[in-house]
Design a protein around this ligand. Structure first.
Ligand SMILES: *[C@@H]1O[C@H](CO)[C@@H](O)[C@H](O)[C@H]1NC(C)=O
Ligand SMILES: *[C@@H]1O[C@H](CO)[C@@H](O)[C@H](O)[C@H]1NC(C)=O
Length: 286
């Protein structure tokens, strides 16, 4: 046998080894299983997305939806139109026991859907929203994960322009509180309750650059509202913005003071030096 033959044989043996074949087959079967599970839980006649999930611990109480958000950017804080723009990753998690499935010994960690209409969804809306849109490049920026225990995680990227009434009495040394309010549109607190997720429900991107403001802090709270038709669950985040005075100092105050100081030059000029006075005057107005 010639010397190069041994590695070649080893290579051939590994390529043709039967375990490789069975492995790929098992993987294919596994994808098949995923399809079967999906058909099982969401197939026709099995799941009705119009019916809300039962309450916590299978009680008759309201469905509980836990919310958390990640603020990706804040792009505009406008004190003329009194609004601000944010881009969020918005996440909701709830338990829908009808969607429980067998995880094949921990191999199937979760199922991913991209169509929100297939499962029941909380009807949350942003109550101080003026404008908003989803992101669809290159595919809709959204996913729904279904865990074996029936837990559903919904995550979506949204851009919002929200109203923020401001008090400008102390301008430009003011602080403004802008909030983000989320409430259920149609389900009262008997059917649906929103809660903040435990532990850091609001996260803000590390290097947040704001135009002329700094984000001092943010607070999460509840803002349930009672109307003629019932009580609705509501969540809010208050963002506390402090105006950056240094910007106004450099852009407005220092240039104005310098102009005034330059205007005092005319006091040192001789009363009869007409050409100098005239040129100084025209310089101000020019
Ligand atoms: C559900 O059960 C957990 C643990 O047993 C308990 O902490 C929680 O308060 C229960 N929730 C309700 C709504 O009864
Ligand atoms: C269900 O599983 C997910 C993922 O493992 C977990 O985050 C969630 O807390 C679980 N929910 C319950 C009610 O056990």
């Amino acid at each position: 046998m010639w010397p190069g033959a041994l590695p070649l044989l080893v290579l051939l043996a590994t390529l043709l080894h039967p375990s490789r074949c069975t492995q790929t087959q098992a993987k294919m079967n596994f994808r098949e299983k995923e399809k079967q599970v999906l058909d099982n839980i969401l197939g026709p006649g099995r799941y009705d997305a119009r019916i809300r999930p039962s309450g916590e611990n299978r009680t008759d109480g309201p469905a509980v939806v836990r919310v958390n958000i990640f603020v990706r950017s804040i792009s505009k804080i406008d004190d003329v139109t009194m609004e601000y723009s944010v881009q969020l990753t918005f996440r909701e998690q709830w338990l829908d026991e009808r969607l429980q499935f067998d995880d094949f010994g921990g191999k199937l960690k979760y199922l991913t859907l991209t169509e929100a209409s297939r499962v029941w969804m909380p009807d949350l809306f942003f109550s101080n929203e003026k404008e908003g849109h989803f992101h669809n490049i290159i595919m809709p920026n959204v996913y729904i994960r279904i865990f074996p225990n029936g837990s559903v995680l919904y995550s979506i990227r949204i851009s919002l322009t929200l109203s923020c009434p401001m008090n400008l009495k102390l301008y430009p040394l003011d602080r403004q509180v802008c909030s983000l309010r989320m409430a259920s549109y149609g389900w009262t607190t008997d059917d649906l309750v929103f809660l903040w997720k435990e532990g850091d429900p609001v996260q803000v991107v590390k290097n947040l650059h704001l135009p002329r403001f700094t984000l001092e802090k943010f607070l999460t709270d509840y803002c349930n509202s009672k109307t003629n038709t019932g009580e609705y669950s509501c969540l809010k985040v208050d963002l506390l913005f402090k105006r950056e005075f240094s910007y106004y100092l450099i852009q407005i105050y220092i240039p104005c003071c310098m102009l005034v100081i330059v205007s005092w030059v005319s006091f040192w000029l001789d009363q009869s030096a007409v050409p100098a006075r005239v040129s100084l005057g025209t310089n101000y107005h020019g």
